[in-house]
Design a protein around this ligand. Structure first.
Ligand code: FES
Length: 272
């Protein structure tokens, strides 16, 4: 693998799966969640594979008892203050935390304790923010500041009170947020969601159709999620050549015209 490749990326390139929550291909590495721990020969502690570059001759174990124990422990901590509403959560089936809890058999949460009771924030037309479900992976923040360059959100407070927030906790519409929705695209849990897709169906019910965004000439690839012949939400494949999975507000959210009864369905002739 090329110089600088991390253990997680190297493993992925040869089909070895390592769980990860805060790592995302499009974002700078932060090493925040610790669910990607692996054993490296000669290292005293477990290593966060997303943040550690491989070196010549390095020996790595990705699935030992010690590694599995550590991952389960991390998942238990993450679930200790997480709502258990997977039955009704919009993200069910597409939630990385839920999938890993299932994969690692995390059933009893030994550390169950205080939970957050943040008000769900939805004072804008497109994005629902439910920070009761946030795992503080920081993906949304890195997307907003390092990829989009808008810096509308960051961590506020400390300890148990840590929360992703706009400056002075104002509504997104009063912040510098441009409502592009790329934070929603990278959220691994149900903390950030598309408002238009709420209660419109489960991920496995959607047919996926790739197309090119009709708005400008950039050529961004859209992945239309369709149920009952209606577009429910729009995502974008990470491999898209023009946009690497990132979209603007129009490509991401402005698709209602497709189903508008006011669309012209036959050619018109100007009279006189
Ligand atoms: Fe490595 Fe989160 S994926 S620390």
């Amino acid at each position: 693998v090329p110089h600088g490749t991390t253990i997680l990326q190297a493993a992925k390139s040869v089909g070895i799966k390592i769980p990860h929550l805060c790592y995302h291909k499009n974002l700078p590495i932060s090493g925040a969640c610790r669910v990607c721990m692996v054993e490296v020969e000669g290292a005293r502690t477990l290593i966060a594979s997303c943040a550690y570059p491989v070196t010549e001759g390095m020996k790595v174990w990705t699935n030992t008892e010690r590694v599995i124990h550590a991952r389960r422990f991390v998942l238990e901590l993450l679930l200790s203050d997480h709502p258990y509403d997977c039955m009704t959560c919009e993200k069910t089936g597409d939630c990385k935390l839920q999938n890993y809890a299932y994969q690692y058999g995390v059933r009893d949460i030994r550390f169950a304790g205080e939970k957050h009771s943040y008000k769900v924030e939805n004072g804008n037309p497109f994005i629902i923010r439910d920070y009761n479900k946030c795992i503080l992976c920081g993906r949304c923040i890195r997307m907003c500041s390092d990829v989009i360059g808008v810096d509308a959100i960051d961590f506020s407070n400390r300890g148990f009170g840590t929360k992703v927030s706009t400056p002075f906790n104002v509504d997104l519409t009063e912040s510098t947020c441009i409502l592009c929705g790329n934070c929603v695209n990278v959220c691994p849990v149900g903390a950030l969601r598309e408002k238009q897709a709420e209660s419109m169906g489960r991920i496995w019910e959607f047919a996926k159709v790739n197309t090119v965004c009709p708005y400008c000439g950039c050529g961004c690839v859209l992945e239309l999620n369709i149920k009952d012949n209606r577009i429910v939400k729009v995502l974008s494949p990470l491999e898209s050549p023009a946009n690497s999975g990132n979209l603007c507000i129009k490509g991401k959210f402005c698709y209602e015209f497709v189903h508008s009864p006011e669309r012209l369905t036959k050619p018109l002739i100007r009279q006189g």
